[in-house]
Design a protein around this ligand. Sequence first.
Ligand code: ZN
Length: 235
Amino acid sequence: MVGGILGRVLSAVLDLVLPQTCAACRAKGARCCARCVAELTAHPARRLPRPRLPGMPDCWSASPYEGAVRKVILAYKERGAVALAGVLAEALAYTAVMAIGGTGARWAARGFAVVPVPSRRASVSARGHDPIGRLAVLAARRLRAYGLPAEPWAALRQTRRVADQAGLSSAERAANLAGSLRVAEGAKGPPVASVLLVDDIVTTGATLLEASRALRSAGWSVPLAVTVAATRRRS
Ligand SMILES: [Zn+2]
């Protein structure tokens, strides 16, 4: 298996020489066909993880984690199909617009930062790209096109390694992640009070909660988190 920078170069070269197919349904013609793009933006809704962890911000997602949405996320994140960033960022931005419009959020009109949940450094170097950081930049651009004063801000850093989350309950995940993120030292950020947190998938909400805690303890308010997809863990 070819990873990292070499993998990205190889995939860029293959993009030039191979006919494109939809990452979700394999239809020929585009990296994500019109039907699958429509699926990505068809079901924006509030999907709060259950149980709701104390301190969890309001939480919206573009779709349940299934079907075309799941396939597009996997192709983007695990197989480095960076050309899919645009459609995923549009799903995030559209969902944020629905959430902000639906709740009449005044904080959004005053300007806000779009902060990505940071990828683990090891996974960034293995994949050769920072998938959520890229989505935050593009989603902020789309939000500005929708007329919202949004600025991307890669505010968060990991403070330590965390144990594998698989098999842990919501409370165990929250304990595992507690104190694992902080706002980068010396980072001022855009001159705004509020943060829109973005990530690809929400499961228990423990990661979004830890990101919110780190931002709040540095003085920002975190009224809303938006993800592309929401999964519910089976017990
Ligand atoms: Zn398709």
